[in-house]
Design a protein around this ligand. Structure first.
Ligand code: NAP
Ligand code: ZN
Ligand code: ZN
Length: 354
């Protein structure tokens, strides 16, 4: 479909209509920008495994039709009268959230992702009225309150910056929470979108990084991305050497898997932080936690301020995602490839192709 075939309020996108349908063209409307709103013409949107879990209703509670996408970057095309953060022409980003109550203790602490009233996720959610559905970044345009937009350094390549807004912040936040830096050993389990950002960020913070992967073919990439060591999780001789090694392991695996082997890779008082969101429960051995008083933790994206801090950190260290840019029509194939672990290391949709 060419430009100009839709009235201004009609947005083009790709949606799924049910857990078993493919993504297909879809038109919908968005609000005109209010006084604190920013309207962004989306240039690129990263493809996160959460898009697949949600589109296929693997976690339960999915809302259809659904326009996925929460690694959004683009150019500002309109701003409301009271907007101060961005102006027309600026590069802007939107991550996993488009609003929250802004008043509860968690929102006030900058932990909007844990809003105690109502978090408005970028898609598969509702606005603060709890009725209007939110639609994500597999679309031509988005309108977001400026408080949930991010400013993006013009130094950063537009097609490589989108993945920072979910994969980047989701791995940055636990690295900061556990104060990772020089002298720490970090393990990264699963080398996909989140995993490759975890490697780059932990290395940029000065940690010694080991990739723990099920794919031997990713060994050379692991080193190139900044890892110091690589261990194939199916190689018993290689993993035997990892006992008691890590201060922190970031587990990015998207499906059910064994936690207990990796818990044993932690030092005394080490932490295994789950960011991978397996739809199926995981089994934990009490012994693996009790011995060496280890911690099993979780982490969900990061707040708005922390996301901005991460973007600024990435701009200063020249950290960007390794991406394969795809046209919108290839999205269903991209999902299949991600499920097979065959992505190096993030698909990013070029919205010009919509
Ligand atoms: P991805 O690009 O598909 O990467 C996942 C990686 O995990 C794969 O590349 C593969 O790495 C490994 N893996 C996949 N299936 C596996 C299995 N059955 N057993 C062992 N390893 C397996 O996915 P992603 O976008 O990085 O997302 C990863 C997970 O994080 C998803 O569950 C997603 O929903 C979740 N997530 C959570 C948050 C949060 O805030 N907590 C935010 C974003 C995403 P190897 O080939 O190296 O083994
Ligand atoms: Zn995501
Ligand atoms: Zn709140």
């Amino acid at each position: 479909m060419g430009e100009g075939e839709f009235p201004m309020s009609e947005i083009r996108g790709y949606a799924v209509q049910s857990p078993t349908s493919l993504l297909a063209p879809f038109t919908f409307s968005r609000r005109e920008p209010g006084e604190r709103d920013v309207q962004i013409e989306i240039t690129h949107c990263g493809v996160c495994h959460s898009d697949i879990h949600s589109a296929r209703d693997e976690w339960g509670g999915s809302m259809f039709p659904m326009v996925p996408g929460h690694e959004i970057v683009g150019r500002v095309s309109k701003v409301g009268g009271k907007v101060t953060k961005l102006k027309v022409g600026d590069v802007a980003g939107v991550g996993c959230m488009v609003d929250s109550c802004r008043q509860c203790p968690n929102c006030k602490k900058g932990l909007e992702q844990h809003c105690q009233n109502h978090i408005s996720f970028t898609y598969n959610g509702t606005e603060q009225d709890r009725k209007t559905p939110t639609f994500g970044g597999y679309s031509s345009q988005i309108v977001v309150d400026e408080r949930f937009t991010l400013t993006v350094s013009p130094k950063l390549a537009l097609d490589r910056v989108g993945p920072l807004l979910c994969a980047g912040i989701t791995t940055y936040s636990p690295l900061r929470r556990w104060k990772i830096g020089e002298g720490h050993r970090v393990g990264v389990l699963g080398l996909g979108g989140l995993g490759h950002m975890a490697v780059k960020l932990a290395a940029a913070m000065g940690a010694e990084v080991t990739v723990l992967s099920g794919s031997r073919s990713k060994q050379a990439d692991a080193k190139r991305l900044g890892a110091h060591e690589f261990a194939l999780t199916s190689d018993a001789a290689a993993t035997a050497k990892l006992a008691g090694r890590f201060d922190l392991i970031i587990d990015t695996v998207s499906a059910a898997h064994d936690l207990n082997a990796q818990l044993n890779f932690l030092k005394t008082e080490g932490t295994l932080v789950l960011v991978g969101a397996s739809p199926k429960p995981l089994e934990v051995s009490a012994q693996a936690l009790i011995l060496n008083r280890r911690t099993l933790a979780g982490s969900l994206i990061g707040g708005v301020q922390e996301t901005q801090e991460m973007l600024d950190f990435c701009a200063s260290k020249n950290v960007l995602a390794d991406v394969e840019v795809i046209p919108m029509k290839d999205i269903n194939d991209a999902y299949e490839r991600m499920i097979k672990g065959n992505v190096r290391y993030r698909f990013v949709i070029d919205l010009k192709t919509l």
